[in-house]
Ligand binder design. Structure first.
Ligand code: B4P
Length: 197
């Protein structure tokens, strides 16, 4: 069976996950799985799940693990023939990371590499408020909500770096600089990791 390239793109809110995913899927022909995009789709469609998620997202809180794990499982099964996946904004808790490892192992594959974008809090705030002005995204409008998102990241999501470090899959990348330079650094890390596994 052909080996899949499965990338976790990781970082605090506004680190460039969505931006870089768009370029990585184009280059490596992967399927993009963004839990944030899926949740925003549910909100736009006015589903029950979307309504529940909106209440949490607008406070800067994470959506329950069971909800996002179920969404990812569906997407994996709907794209069983893919060359690989980019997990953008997922996993965000250790429970989600364990569930993802199990879902992939059950399908005969696993995570190739976790690319962790690092950006300081001040730069994150500037980027998100500026995206909020252009996109109108409700969670990007208010500095207090953005601070909550950064707190949620530090408390629940940042510990995942240790989870992947223990598996020798963590690659830390400076997320400040030009989008193209960061992209080139990410590609070098992907290529080193795919030959290493
Ligand atoms: P997400 O949709 O994942 O969004 P995000 O973390 O806010 O943004 P992202 O990191 O993709 O944005 P990017 O930097 O590319 O999550 C939204 C919410 O959904 C969460 O708060 C949570 O409530 C919920 N959720 C999602 N997944 C979940 C999960 N697994 N479990 C529980 N809850 C979950 O872009 C930011 C801006 O920076 C853009 O304007 C971009 O143009 C700019 N930018 C990018 N790179 C730049 C660079 N190098 N220099 C300057 N600007 C740059």
């Amino acid at each position: 069976m052909e080996k899949k390239l499965n990338i976790v793109l990781f970082g605090p809110p506004g680190a460039g996950k969505g931006t870089q995913s768009a370029m990585l899927i184009e280059k490596y022909k992967l399927i993009h799985l963004s839990t944030g995009d899926i949740l925003r789709g549910e909100i736009a469609a006015g589903t029950t799940l979307g309504l529940e998620a909106k209440g949490l997202i607008d406070k800067g809180l994470l959506v329950p693990d069971t909800v996002v794990i179920g969404m990812i499982e569906n997407k994996l099964d709907n794209n069983a023939d893919a060359k690989g996946f980019i997990f953008d904004g997922f996993p965000r808790t250790v429970a989600q990371a364990r569930a993802l490892d199990k879902l992939l192992a059950d399908r005969g594959t696993g995570i190739t590499v976790m690319l962790a974008l690092e950006v300081d809090d001040e730069e994150l705030m500037t980027r998100l408020l500026s995206r909020g002005k252009m996109s109108g995204r409700s969670d990007d409008q208010d500095p207090t909500i953005i601070e909550n998102r950064i707190k949620e990241y530090n408390n629940k999501t940042a510990p995942l770096k240790d989870y992947y470090r223990e598996q020798n899959k963590l690659r830390v990348i400076n997320g400040v600089g030009s989008i193209d330079d960061i992209f080139n650094t990410l590609c070098s890390a992907v290529e080193r990791s795919s030959v290493a596994v």
